[in-house]
Design a protein around this ligand. Structure first.
Ligand code: OOG
Ligand code: MG
Length: 268
């Protein structure tokens, strides 16, 4: 893809995110659209966010579980950037206004305290890690009907990133069996999704290793201070007004978010 086209699509996706108006899938409009074009578009969108005052706080991995790959009909992991503007405090509120068709999914997050560049081992990741937390990711797609036809479509759209909520960091995580943490996403008091940390890349630490490998292909690396979302353990659920979503991950403090403070306030 030509540079002008990369800039053009970055602008179109950025505008769709800001205005919450969906667009047709890029792959519907053009035939030659490579993986590297897609990450180029993502990186150009980051420049637009940065120019508007956002600060990068980390990365999200996506499609790291079989359940998600099947739900989205795509075959391999991808990543996107996370900024300070996307962060919602634990037990905070998410407003539906400003999103297109948001969904929520249960994840595990890592706080990386030392620079990491591929190749890295499981031990390197654990040594660089300052904490592990239960996390909820709120996805939104800038594409019509939350549908895409290729990995490139999703990557260009920053892997459907929208918001994220992180529970208290467990600093004493070495005692945890990261390959077997039960996960329960509860919506309005009812269990909506159950999974296990091993559903995330077979081991959520693998998501961080994979992120380092993918970043290296783009001449980037994982910087100290970054938060990493390891990817969802289960399929995502559509968000609706007045939902309260809690995630309980065995042995980690819980995390929660409520939809639409605005509607609640009006009702009081
Ligand atoms: C792509 C992003 C997937 C995850 O955790 O698997 C993702 C999508 O579902 O639109 O964030
Ligand atoms: Mg996710």
């Amino acid at each position: 893809m030509e540079k002008e086209n990369l800039d053009y699509w970055a602008g179109v996706l950025h505008g769709a995110r800001r205005k919450a108006i969906p667009i047709a899938q890029i792959s519907k409009e053009i035939s030659t659209f490579s993986r590297s074009d897609a990450y180029d578009i993502q990186e150009r969108q980051w420049k637009l966010c940065e120019a508007e005052g956002e600060t990068q706080v980390g990365w999200k991995m996506g499609l790291t579980s079989e359940a998600k790959r099947q739900q989205m009909n795509l075959d391999s992991p991808l990543y996107g950037f996370l900024s300070d503007k996307m962060k919602i405090e634990n037990k905070g509120f998410f407003k539906l206004q400003g999103s297109i068709h948001p969904k929520i999914e249960p994840e595990v997050a890592f706080l990386i305290e030392k620079d990491l560049s591929a190749p890295v081992t499981r031990n390197d990741v654990l040594e660089a890690c300052g904490g592990i937390a239960a996390a909820l990711e709120i996805l939104d797609s800038r594409y019509e009907h939350f549908k895409y036809f290729s990995m490139e479509d999703v990557i260009a759209d920053n892997s459907s990133s929208s918001f994220f909520v992180i529970g208290p960091w467990e600093k004493n995580f070495k005692k945890l069996d990261l390959l077997n943490l039960k996960m329960e996403m509860i919506i309005n008091g009812q269990v909506a999704q159950t999974g296990n940390s091993k559903d995330i890349s077979g081991d959520p630490v693998q998501s961080v290793i994979q992120l380092c490998q993918l970043l290296q292909k783009r001449n980037q690396s994982l910087k100290a201070g970054s938060v990493v979302l390891a990817g969802a353990a289960t399929v995502a659920e559509m968000l609706k007004p007045d939902m309260k979503i809690e995630l309980k991950v065995n042995l980690l403090p819980p995390v929660s978010v409520s939809v639409n403070e605005f509607i609640k306030n009006k009702e009081c």
